[in-house]
Design a protein around this ligand. Structure first.
Ligand code: ZN
Length: 103
């Protein structure tokens, strides 16, 4: 997965197109991400047990990783992620536009 938790991304497809948010969770197997404030659905939750109340619950649903684009922290543009090997042979993510390393 080229995206990590806490990455700032912009939504490129779907209902929330154009919005930005931080990734809160990465679902590697499904190739999906959960983005703060994006793709919120309202669920009707039935009361379960003594401690949980019923009612409306707003929940962020995962969206396909292909529908988001990383926003570079250096040039602030939506970009593709490229990879580069650093001097000590560690693989680093770099911005495809400004080529700065993205942590
Ligand atoms: Zn950049």
């Amino acid at each position: 997965m080229r995206l990590h938790a806490n990455d700032n991304v912009i939504i490129t497809k779907g209902r929330d197109k154009g919005k930005q948010g931080n990734i809160t969770r990465v679902l590697n197997k499904q190739n999906k991400v959960v983005v703060e404030g994006i793709n919120i659905v309202t669920k009707h939750q039935k009361p379960t047990g003594a401690f949980q109340q019923g009612g409306l619950i707003q929940k962020e649903m995962p969206i396909p990783a292909a529908n988001v684009s990383l926003v570079c922290v250096h040039c602030s543009k939506p970009t593709r992620v490229a990879y580069r090997y650093l001097g000590d042979n560690t693989k680093a993510r770099v911005c495809a536009k400004c080529e700065e390393v993205i942590e």
